[in-house]
Design a protein around this ligand. Sequence first.
Ligand code: NBG
Length: 830
Amino acid sequence: MANKTTAPNPEHTRTGMNPGTLAAAFGDNLNFVIGRPLELSSAEQRYQALAQSVRDRLMQRWVKQVELQNRPEIRDVAYLSAEFLVGPHLGNTLLNLGITESARAAMSELGLDLEALIGLEEEPGLGNGGLGRLAACYLDSLATLGYPATGYGIRYEFGIFDQIIRDGWQSEVTDKWLRHGNVWEIARPEFAQVVKLGGHTEPYTDDNGIYRVRWVPGRVVVGIPYDTPILGYGVDTCALLRLWSAEAAQSFDFEDFNRGDYYGAVEDKVASETISKVLYPNDEQFEGKRLRLEQQYFFVCCSIKDMIRLCQRRGLPLERFHEMHRIQLNDTHPSVAVAELMRQLLDKHELAWDQAWDITRQAMSYTNHTLLPEALEKWPLPLFASVLPRHAEIIFEINRRFLDEVRQRFPGDDGKVARLSIIDESGEKYVRMANLAVVGSHAVNGVAELHSELVTSQLFTDFHQMDPGRFTNVTNGVTPRRFVALSNPGLARLIDDTIGPGWLTDMSRLRELEAHAGDAAFQEAWRRVKQDNKTRLARIIQARTGVTVDPGSLFDIQVKRIHEYKRQHLNVLNIIALYQRLKHDGQVSTMPRTFLFGGKAAPGYYMAKLIIKLINSVAEVVNNDPEIRDLIKVVFLPDYNVKHAQNIYPAAELSEQISTAGKEASGTGNMKFSMNGALTIGTLDGANVEIREEVGAENFFLFGLTAEQVQQLKASGYNPMDYYHGDPELKGVIDLINCGLFSHGDTQLFRPLTDHLLNHDNYLLLADYRAYVDCQQQVDHAFRDPAHWARMSILNVARMGKFSSDRAIREYADRIWQIQPLERQIGVQS
Ligand code: NBG
């Protein structure tokens, strides 16, 4: 069919881009879609009408692209991820369409405030932290660079919990993000997929005498896709976010119903829908729950079937599946895809094993996001086989063939065979999902240079020895559209005015700022932007916590999930040391500082929750101590999420990236801070290493043991008590916590934390304490010289080009997926 969609026409209410057409579209949508007159509409309904108007403009572009993309020769990327932390859509889509100002004018004509409407959008919290946000940044870059791509995941009815703080403790509140519906998605029941679970397998011989297996499931659920196009910046191309929602295969079991067992009939419906109910709120902690495995399989099965459907619709034989679809496994959560694609190709489409395996390996690639042993997914074999009996068989066969190869290459090396095996047989049997992902992929990457190095030298040593060429690094990146242009419009404007536009899609151009780094007038303008952002954040802090902070103080910020390896409590130890010095030595001076924390703790992670309580307890004492004269303030900003992050990064002056070296795979907050002109205090961990390389050692506050030193210290027998006894200030700090100063005299409250530090200290806080505290004093010193600080800040931004997610996506595209932008793919054939 010919392309009937029209080009954007400024006169069309449905698609026009000027204030007049936008205002008219808004009115139409309010009347015809929402069904309210302006005067009687609620703020929420006005948000909906505006979002609907923007969505129309988005859909116009999407529809066009689908038509272009629907050819057999087009290769696309399927990014499989259990999490997508996309953040609110409205502001970002306006930015990408380039109509923020039009929309502002349109709303103001109607007496409405654009920012207020944007602020009403619920955040789709479909992720835990860095891993989910990375997936969202990658969709933004895929769309912006014009690569055909689909992000496949789960439409959780309840995303990551909302965090509230009660008496200093975290409590969790259900995230009802769909309460008012979701304007940005379109349900596609016509593309529903059926998913089998449980049951058993039956071998049989087909008409040609070939041995085959059929899977007789215990139950069946249906996956309904919900589509959200993600528009690129300044282009008409979109990536598609396709999230699956679970429904019962039949709403009612009529047999039960007729017997009068109404509740029994409804039971199946409830059980089926449970699968996509809720996101597991664990960041880097494996939870071996059956439901979690069902979630993983559910979205993987739907997604693989969807890709096969597309092949068939475009008339491509399945033998060429891997030429059409490149599948990226975002960590091991979707790694059952290896077995599922094999199952589809073997059982359903009757390909031979070798050919199916070839297709699978060429299609798949896997990104590892953590080395933490507690995060590695290992399913007890009996549990795995009871949910996925056919996949267990296929995995055994993959493993048998793979281990035969290992034995041939390394005769007699049983240790190696045991380590490489997809099945852990050292005790109870487990399926090692990371091994499955590596064996089934043609490329495996870590997310920063140091991390990728450790992936090969420590995690997958034997795999690397067998096939070094399979391993590579792609350092993470973040989108400067959301995290600079949208979050920090003042900075974006200043940069535009200084070097001209274009840098948002070519971040190497930021280097042109270097020439202005020493210019006093430019520094002044730079500081003014930061000051405005700090004033805005101070107002938010006041409104949300009641704490008054001085916008003139140094904003020192640590926002990220709460985890012992990220060492928020090391930050607290420094605050207490500073507090002690200020109280006991009147001579000590410090630049006024605001220590800001934010982040969620996994609900079952006791130590992380105790760290939150400690932060709030220290805040209570420090903030209310008249002797401190407001020189330092400590704030825990509740419910850290993408929406709040957008107000935080632009206001930061110091970015805390203080994980134990070797533990943070990459970090991406570190990049967002630095792009917004914050200086980093950090260890040589994850992407910090590369950030420091880029911005220059003189513009980065480095401290602490290296990953290698950490290992050596541990190997030589680390004793935290030595540091406690060897450093009177450190001893004073820990004793102060233990004496109950921060807990209304309760000497036991923080014992689990201090005891752990003194007796185990797995993350070497005490070993790094002195270096950290001294480095913080260098920060204080540097902050006294505003011109010097401004220069360092400007140079940080100027040299952050490498960390745009555009660079990362180009690397995946060229080195792992071998894929071209859509425009070029089409050009190539015509
Ligand atoms: C996280 C790492 C971060 C990294 C993100 C994105 C997991 C399992 N890993 O360091 O901890 O930046 O992934 O790669 O959430």
